[in-house]
Ligand binder design. Structure first.
Ligand code: NAD
Length: 437
């Protein structure tokens, strides 16, 4: 029997730092408060509802995940965050328009107490937004120190034991790795010199990682996915996860595509389009922010279908992704997928998917799970990139030289095997010969 990993207990309060108090963050916070009061259910959350099978199928042991590993209780979560708008969390949730007022009003006093701290923001990285609640500083290093000061004050004011940070801010313009991102030293120099290659999101990520606070990126921005911050995380023993929450259309894509590939059905074309009317949709209407999102959404199929291994089936795949900003829909996205399939002897078929989803309702349980699992990782002394959390992301961060795993079902197996490993339980391979020997 393998030995269990030593995990520190989830004692005391966990501060959840959310950068950007928009639709996703406020839906997460209001949701947790409502669930805490027993007036709503945590549907979609593995940490709250999921189980994990332990041992053989004949043993009948499938405890709740929260009974297997020590996770922070929802009662122990305290939320704080930054935004360029100074609306409190209740007003921000009303603006986002995701949760109906009758439910929000039941947690209104607690939401009103959460007021965003001034943000680190520069419009050159998010062209479609501008707001008044913004920090001033002599350079980006100074701004990072101000973020650290906010965090320290929050920790002291609420007598918090531990912290995690999740970037839930807008999608920034497309950026690639540059020399400033190479080492901790080049990065810190770039902060001092106000280098344009350091967008606002990197300033927050640096502050968190330097302080040893587990960090996740819910958006597709480059942010912590650079050698300098990965190395800093190794030095400060900080767990990292990202990027870009796997919700709506990409979630469906990573459910359907592995099925088509499993049966070796060819795919000649996959056209995805959607209409979305929230602030995220408005930001993504800018071509530079859209490019960041497009790259994240498009990589999924290449990795799942492996055209290099199956040229007859997938080498000519035409994959198109469109996002259309359409205000009347608000957060209630409607997505259409047209998939041109190829079957036996090359006969064409079509599959159409019309998903009427709610973006932030799909995202909120992920933010909660990622925050709780990253805190677990920290207490289990697991640091650096947490590949077992790929399950939650469109562009899973991964070690150099590896390809990311996008198949939702392999990702779930990896996640649950990690929990078994932490508990010293046998890993489940699904071989199953023992039942027939
Ligand atoms: N909702 C989903 O299903 C989903 C899925 C995957 C990824 N995401 C990503 O999550 C992020 C949040 O989505 P959302 O729907 O909540 O968007 P939103 O526009 O409602 O909220 C983003 C908030 O971040 C704030 N912000 C922007 N830059 C900031 C900065 N530098 N510092 C502090 N605050 C800042 C904005 O003012 C806004 O209030 C987006 O990047 C989105 O692409 C969302």
């Amino acid at each position: 029997m393998p030995t269990p990993v030593d995990i520190a207990p989830a004692r005391g309060k966990l501060g959840v730092l959310l950068v950007g108090l928009g639709a996703v963050s406020t839906t997460t916070i209001a949701g947790v408060l409502a669930i805490r009061k027993g007036i709503a259910k945590p549907i979609g959350s593995l940490t709250q509802m999921g189980t994990v099978r332990l041992g053989k199928r004949t043993e009948g042991r499938s405890p709740k995940i929260s009974d297997v590993v020590p996770l922070s209780s929802l009662d122990d979560l305290v939320f704080g965050g930054w935004d360029i708008f100074d609306d409190d969390c209740y007003a921000a949730a009303r603006t986002a328009g995701v949760i109906e007022p009758s439910l929000l009003d039941q947690v209104r006093p607690e939401l009103e107490k959460i007021r965003p701290w001034p943000a680190v923001f520069d419009q050159r990285y998010v062209k479609r937004l501008d707001g008044p609640n913004v920090k001033k500083g002599k350079n980006k290093k100074d701004l990072a120190e101000q973020v650290v000061a906010d965090i320290k004050k929050f920790k002291a004011d609420h007598a918090l034991d531990r912290l995690v940070m999740v970037w839930c801010g807008s999608t920034e313009v497309f950026m690639t790795e540059s020399p400033a991102h190479e080492t901790i030293e080049t990065f810190e120099r770039a902060l001092e010199e106000n280098d344009p290659d350091i967008p606002s999101s990197m300033v927050y990520a640096y502050a968190a990682i330097r302080e040893g606070i587990p960090y996740a990126n819910a958006a597709p921005n480059l942010t912590a996915d650079i050698p300098a911050l990965v190395n800093l995380a190794a030095k400060t023993k900080t767990p990292l996860a990202g990027k870009d929450l796997k919700t709506g259309q990409t979630l469906i894509k990573t459910i359907v595509a592995p099925g088509l590939k499993a049966r070796l059905l060819g795919v000649d074309g996959w056209y995805s389009t959607n209409i979305l009317g929230n602030r995220d949709g408005e930001v993504l209407d800018d071509p530079e922010s859209f490019k960041t999102k497009e790259e994240s959404k498009k990589s999924v199929l290449d990795y799942i279908l492996q055209p290099q291994l199956y040229p007859d089936l997938y080498a000519h795949l035409c994959h198109v992704v469109r996002i259309n900003y359409y205000p009347p829909r608000g957060d209630n996205k409607e997505g259409w997928d047209n998939i041109d399939l190829v079957g036996w002897l090359g006969y064409p078929m079509q599959l159409k998917i019309n998903f009427l989803c709610r973006d932030s309702i799909l995202a909120a349980p992920i933010v909660l799970d990622v925050a709780l699992f990253l805190d677990l990782a920290r207490r289990a002394n697991m640091h650096g990139i947490q590949e077992w959390l790929s399950f939650y992301f469109k562009s899973p961060v991964h070690a150099p030289g590896l390809y990311p795993e996008h198949d939702l079902f392999i990702q779930l197996m990896k996640l649950k095997n990690t929990l078994r490993f932490l508990k010293g339980e046998e890993l489940i391979t699904h071989l199953g010969r023992e039942y027939y020997d």
